[in-house]
Design a protein around this ligand. Structure first.
Ligand SMILES: Cc1ncc(COP(=O)(O)O)c(C=O)c1O
Length: 389
């Protein structure tokens, strides 16, 4: 092929931006103390409250998701505080490490990669903590490195019962997987613009409960740029951000949030579920192994075992070079062993079909025994049945 084919970005972030929203990013730059910017920020915050399903504060930080995770620690904890970090993969591990850098006394509860948090273990550990030493639980909602969804709801119940804070990394879930922040008792939920929110990188969005703000009064970890109080006070005063926000990214996010509202959250989640079903069925039809069981499978990213005799790097490289399809691998103990397909945000059914089709061709070329169209047909069947319901 001489002409470069259309890029099919199937990463678990950054994700493709809907065309109309992408154009909104080219709007003129305005001063961040202007009324027009106040209105922009306010509309974005209101739109975010809908997606976070919260009535509490949602703060806008100018950074990627990691900045928000760091802020969630700096604003609720002090050095020496004890936290329980639920680690189901690379991002759970990352969250624990961030807390450690702040001098927090982190107790990791490790789970096998590819499995979800075992709520009973968490329950038992909290019951053992008779002195009430544990101040917070850190958890990853959607563990992107493995493609597992952890359910915050029962953990939220336990957190309430034992009066501990629940801090949730929702970077690769919010807007793609249901997260009922208020109803489930999530004290801080952190997400970023470049995942299911279909916006360029640059913004981090954080919901903060009253309990978290209260804890923040005692937390003496150093912070200035990351201060929730500074962000909240400024927003409460004039719906501004304390420092210059990523204005162009806000324009895009505003447009995306309008579209999410129009589509309706339920429909957004349903769309992600159908796409996930199609991918999983097609991988199985091809005889490929899925890392994660159906019940805990993420609806934003799927990890597939690299079959025997196939080299991960070659697979990834050929998909990119021959078909302009971008997928990725994993980290740590899964490095080279799985490939991951991101299917969150602005990913269409046809993107999924293209990806499966390209994957089949590359796998076949690399010597994997398959009949072209096998996986494709399985995915088509899912979409077809859904359409003709
Ligand atoms: C679950 C999770 N947490 C944190 C991050 C880090 O986010 P960022 O790259 O926006 O800092 C990612 C990015 O993939 C993620 O998937």
């Amino acid at each position: 092929m001489s002409m470069k084919e259309k890029r099919t970005l199937m990463l678990p972030g950054p994700t493709p931006i809907p065309e109309r929203a992408r154009q909104a990013g080219a709007e003129k730059i305005i001063g961040h103390r202007e009324l027009e910017c106040e209105e922009l920020v306010e509309e974005v915050v209101e739109g975010l409250k809908y997606v976070f399903q919260t009535e509490e504060d949602v703060l806008i930080l100018t950074c990627s998701g990691t900045g928000g995770l760091e802020a969630s620690i700096a604003n609720t904890l002090s050095a020496g505080d004890k936290v329980l970090a639920l680690c189901t993969g690379a991002f759970g591990e990352r969250y624990a490490t961030i807390a450690e850098r702040y001098g927090v006394d982190v107790e990791r509860m490790n789970f096998t990669w590819g499995e979800a948090v075992d709520v009973d273990r968490v329950k038992k550990r909290l019951e053992e903590d008779e002195a009430g030493e544990i101040k917070a639980i850190l958890m990853t909602h959607n563990e992107t490195s493995t493609g597992v969804v952890n359910n915050p709801e029962p953990i939220g119940e336990l957190a309430e019962e034992h009066d501990v804070l629940l801090l949730v990394d929702a970077v690769s879930s919010l807007g793609g997987v249901e997260l009922k922040v208020d109803e489930w008792g999530v004290d801080v939920a952190v997400t970023s613009s470049q995942k299911a929110l279909m916006t360029p990188p640059g913004l981090c969005l954080v919901s903060v409960s009253k309990k978290a703000l209260e804890a923040g009064k005692e937390a003496d970890s150093p912070k200035f740029y990351w201060s929730f109080k500074r962000a909240k006070d400024r927003y409460d005063r004039d719906t501004q951000t304390p420092s210059t926000p990523a204005i162009s990214t806000l324009y895009v996010l505003r447009k995306v949030l309008r579209e999410i509202k129009d589509e309706g959250l339920k429909n957004v989640f349903r769309r992600h579920e159908i796409v996930t079903k199609a991918i999983r069925k097609s991988m199985r039809a091809l005889g490929l192994g899925l890392l994660v069981d159906d019940e805990i499978a993420s609806t934003t990213v799927t990890a597939v075992r690299v079959p025997e005799g196939i080299e991960f790097n070659t697979l990834c490289q050929k998909l990119k070079e021959k078909y302009n399809v971008y997928i990725t691998g994993s980290k740590g103990e899964l490095k080279g062993k799985v490939f991951r397909i991101g299917h969150l945000g602005n990913v269409s059914r046809v993107d999924i079909l293209s990806t499966i089709s390209a994957l089949e061709m590359v796998l076949k070329e690399e010597g994997f025994d398959l009949e072209l169209g096998t996986g494709l047909r399985a995915a088509q069947q899912v979409f077809y049945e859904e359409e003709s319901r």
